[in-house]
Structures are given as structure tokens and as C-alpha cells.
Design a protein around this ligand. Structure first.
Ligand code: NAD
Length: 500
């Protein structure tokens, strides 16, 4: 669907360096035409009845489900995560997100009656709330969950009656091309979904085109630049940005099971997961948990995830690995102690040893903020209040978790943490919930994807009121010289404050 090709984009397996995908880049000058085609197609798609829109999403879901295994392998090879993670964390949640939309979209987008209630005495008529599609959505994607983060919102935009022009990450072009092919196979109307491949310049060109809404996933700084581009034109946005997720561990939490859970929650996707746990805030002595985690971190099997028995794959590319290494060095200079890992792994592939850092002051945590890779920091606190304060001290607020034997106490702590998702004795996995609206607070972004609130991001409420011709009689006009104001007030008080 992209046009005006002037250069190629290539992705390579970050574990082996083998070429995985090659596509022609879209020229930034060609992006506006793709948006225009989608706008034309969207004009009739907006009129399509729900059953037609539902049928498209359902056909697409079946195609993705048929190809689930190939998808998991492609994600493994292009992103570098074990196929089990790709299947459980990317492919199946995508299928379920689409299933949610197919099943619930009709009711969520149906007209609603707006009764006049007592205002019928003021002759206010019964109204109707309609959900109108916004138009063409400009989506800018990232690479770490190439299916789940893109197909879910795209399906919701289509279900809502919108068109989509998508700029996938330049680091996941093969996954994007496969998604494009699956949309064509599903019978998506010509031009309705446009895909433009390229880097930041193509993304910027998309945001400068006449889109009705932006859905952006990526880092905080890029997200803010993207927001500036659309805000000047009054275009609204969903922005899903980085996290720096805390896990507060309460006294009495079982060391072994907590360590096992947090190990996975920190290093899933090689720590390149927006909701991966990045800092463990232990109320009390952190040493026993730190010891258990250091041992388990050292035992993780790092390598090419195409080989059996690999727990942690490579980082996405060399620059990301060097950036992480620099951040870890700076965190150590700020006072952190390395308990495990802390260095790139020599040899082919972009591997970094899963790293556990111990901090004894706030400074290392501040330096580590925003790190995106296999790193986890642990720190002890004298009491719960200080741990909660540290959890909330970050400018990012995507997700958080609290761990403890007393579930009620843990819940009370969880509810004090400012984040889009808070979990008790659980982390990361609920992100896959098809019904739960996903998104952050503070610098982690705003707007939501998935579920009812995700779907409603693609529609605007319109209220419709109507009467039979000649039925509208403004009964008080022309106004009588006196008594009208008092009459109104008297009437209202009688209804609602009879004893006042
Ligand atoms: P990034 O911010 O570098 O890039 C994101 C996207 O923006 C890419 O497609 C890129 O080409 C595009 N882009 C770059 N400059 C642009 C510009 N000026 N205008 C428009 N688009 C532009 O991030 P990344 O490396 O792709 O992703 C990693 C980050 O994403 C991490 O910080 C991670 O925490 C975050 N992330 C957040 C979520 C979430 O749902 N909150 C999910 C996954 C990843």
C-alpha cells in the first residue's frame, strides 16, 4: 500500500545478524497521498453497518489465528524473544483483543437513549447518543510487541468506522509487512488501511497530514515531539510511552516465590517490555530477596531464542545495548552495586547479561530511570510510606505491583501508587487483558487502548434531539415582565428540596 519508493529498509535477527525483512521505504512526500486514499475509503466505511465492520475484524482474526505459529516464529526472529513469549504475550493476546472487539463492539457503539428525566417539565425532549467515527487515525508503532500493540488498536479503529494509516517501527518491518498482507487477505476495503514504512521523517510526515487522531507508542521524548506536531492543529492523541515500573515488596512476602515472579517480570522480553519491573522496593531488609534474585539471575540462559531452553534473548540492536550499558555504568557511579550481570556478552548477537543492581540511596534509581533492557534495581526502605513515596517519585507511571502475604494490606498499598495499572502479587500478564483499558499516567502518556475505553478513543459522541415538525414551542417567550425567574426557582425547589 505504500508508494514512491526510494530506499530499502532491512531488519536483521538480533541474535544472529541474519536478514529477516527488506521493504521499500515510503518517501515522506508520498505519505499525504496514502492518508488521502484512506480518507476517501473511510467516507463509505463510516456508513458500513456494524455487521460488515464486525465481519472484517472477524475474518482478520481468523487469518491471524490460522498463522499463529508462523507469527510467533517471525516475532522470535525479528525481535529476538523466545517463541513461547511471542505466542503467550503477543499472538494470543492479539487474537483475544480482536475477539473482544468482535463480541462487544456492536453494543459498545450502539446508540444510547438520553431520557429527559425531570426536565420533561421544561419540555426537553428524549435524545440519542451516537458514536461517530473520527476519520483517519495516524498510528505510529514500536517494535517490542509488533502484533499486540498494533493489531488491537487497528481492529478497534476499523470496528469504529475509521480508516488507519500506520507507520510501523523501522525495527519490525517484516512483521508489519505480514500484518499488511493479512489485512489485504481479510478483504479490507482498498486504501482504508495504508501502511507507510520508514523512520522518524516518515512518522512526522504522517502526523503533518490531515489525520483525525494520533495513536503513538514509543519513548517519552519522541512521544512528546509527536504530540507537539499534532497538538498545533488541535488533533487529539493516545500516547503510550515508557514506564519505570516499581514492585513494592512488603514484610512477610515469601522470598522464593516473590523472587521467581519478579525474575520473570523483570527479564521478560529481555527487559524490553514497557511494563517490565525495573525496580524492587523492599520494605525491610532487602538482602534475602536480593540474594535469591542474584542467584536466579545468574542462572538465566541467555542466547539465540531459536535454540531450545533459552530464557532471555538478545536486545534489539547495538545502539540500544550500548545505551543500556552506559546507563548501568552511570548507575554504578551514582552508588549502585552490581549483584549480577552488568556487562555486554562478547561474541555475535546483541546480548547483555541480565543485570541486578543494589542501591542504598535514591540517586542510582534516578539515573536508571527510563532504562529499556535487562536490568533490575533493588533497594530497601524502613517503612511502607517511604517505599510508596519512592514508587511515586518517578516521572513515569505506567504499571506497578505490590507483593505480600496479606492481600488486603497489599491492596491498600497498591491503591496508593500512581500508575495506569496496579497489581497485587502479579505483574506484566494483565496487560494482555482484552477488556482492561491500558495506558499510563504522568509522563507515561494518556488515552487508553483495548476494551471499551480503547474502542471509544476512535469515536466522538454526538447527541441528537428531534421532534415532530411544529412540536417545538418555547412556551415562555416572549418573556413576561416579572415572575419568571422566581417561578423557575420555585418549581425546581419543589421538585428537589421540598423542605428547604
Ligand atoms: P521511539 O520513541 O524511538 O520510536 C517510536 C516510533 O516513533 C517509531 O516508529 C519511530 O520511527 C517513530 N518516530 C521517531 N521520531 C518521530 C517523529 N519525530 N515523529 C513521529 N514519529 C517518530 O521508541 P522505540 O525504540 O520504538 O520503542 C521503545 C520505547 O517504547 C520504550 O521507551 C518503551 O518503554 C516504549 N513502549 C511503550 C509502550 C506502551 O504501551 N506504553 C509499549 C511498548 C514500548
Amino acid at each position: 500500500m505504500a508508494t514512491a519508493l526510494d530506499e530499502s529498509l532491512i531488519t536483521r535477527n538480533p541474535a544472529t545478524g541474519a536478514e529477516i525483512g527488506r521493504v521499500a521505504a515510503t518517501s515522506p512526500d508520498a505519505v499525504a497521498a496514502v492518508v488521502e486514499r484512506s480518507t476517501r475509503a473511510q467516507a463509505s466505511w463510516a456508513e458500513a453497518p456494524w455487521r460488515e465492520r464486525r465481519a472484517l475484524v472477524d475474518r482478520w482474526r481468523r487469518i491471524l489465528s490460522r498463522d499463529a505459529r508462523e507469527w510467533a516464529e517471525l516475532i522470535r526472529d525479528e525481535i529476538g524473544k523466545p517463541a513461547v513469549e511471542a505466542m503467550a504475550g503477543d499472538v494470543i493476546p492479539t487474537l483475544d483483543a480482536l475477539r473482544w472487539t468482535v463480541k462487544n463492539g456492536g453494543a459498545a457503539l450502539a446508540d444510547e437513549r438520553l431520557g429527559p428525566s425531570w426536565q420533561r417539565f421544561l419540555l426537553t425532549p428524549t435524545g440519542r447518543l451516537r458514536w461517530r467515527p473520527l476519520g483517519v487515525v495516524g498510528m505510529i508503532g514500536t517494535w517490542n510487541y509488533p502484533l499486540f500493540l498494533n493489531a488491537g488498536p487497528m481492529a478497534q479503529a476499523l470496528a469504529a468506522g475509521c480508516g488507519v494509516v500506520w507507520k510501523p517501527s523501522e525495527l519490525a518491518i517484516a512483521s508489519a509487512a505480514r500484518l499488511q498482507a493479512s489485512l489485504l487477505e481479510a478483504g479490507t476495503p482498498e486504501g482504508l488501511v495504508g501502511i507507510v514504512q520508514g523512520g522518524g521523517d516518515v512518522g512526522r510526515a504522517l502526523l503533518e497530514s490531515p489525520i483525525a487522531k494520533m495513536v503513538f507508542t514509543g519513548g517519552v521524548e519522541t512521544g512528546r515531539r509527536a504530540l507537539e506536531t499534532v497538538a498545533a492543529r488541535g488533533v487529539s492523541a493516545v500516547i503510550e510511552l515508557s514506564g519505570f515500573d516499581p514492585a513494592v515488596v512488603l514484610p512477610g512476602a515469601d522470598v522464593e516465590s516473590t523472587a521467581r515472579s519478579l525474575l520473570w517480570a523483570a527479564f521478560v522480553g529481555c527487559g524490553q517490555t514497557c511494563v517490565a519491573v525495573k525496580r524492587i522496593l523492599v520494605v525491610g531488609d532487602p538482602a534475602p530477596l536480593a540474594r535469591a534474585l542474584a542467584e536466579a539471575t545468574g542462572r538465566l540462559r541467555v542466547g539465540d531464542p531459536a535454540r531450545p531452553g533459552i530464557d532471555v534473548g538478545p536486545m534489539i540492536h547495538d545502539q540500544a545495548r550500548s545505551r543500556l550499558d552506559r546507563t548501568i555504568r552511570a548507575t554504578v557511579e551514582a552508588g549502585a552495586e552490581i549483584l549480577a550481570g552488568g556487562r555486554p556478552i562478547e561474541g555475535p548477537g546483541c546480548f547483555y547479561a541480565p543485570t541486578l543492581l543494589m542501591a542504598r540511596s535514591p540517586e542510582p534509581e534516578r539515573v536508571l530511570e527510563g532504562a529499556f533492557g535487562p536490568v533490575l534495581l533493588i533497594r530497601g526502605f524502613a517503612d511502607v510510606d517511604r517505599a510508596v513515596e519512592a514508587a511515586n517519585a518517578s516521572r513515569m507511571a505506567l504499571a506497578a505491583s505490590v507483593w505480600g502475604a496479606d492481600r488486603k494490606a497489599a491492596r491498600a498499598v497498591a491503591e496508593r501508587i500512581v500508575a495506569g495499572m496496579v497489581c497485587v502479587n502479579e505483574a506484566v500478564t494483565p496487560t494482555a487483558s482484552a477488556a482492561a483499558p491500558f495506558g499510563g499516567f504522568k509522563a507515561s502518556g494518556f488515552g487508553r487502548t483495548h476494551g471499551l475505553l480503547g474502542l471509544r478513543e476512535f469515536v466522538a459522541p454526538q447527541v441528537v434531539f428531534e421532534r415532530r415538525a411544529g412540536g417545538f414551542r418555547p412556551q415562555l417567550f416572549p418573556y413576561k415582565p416579572s415572575g419568571v425567574v422566581d417561578g423557575y426557582l420555585e418549581f425546581y425547589r419543589r421538585l428537589f428540596h421540598p423542605r428547604a
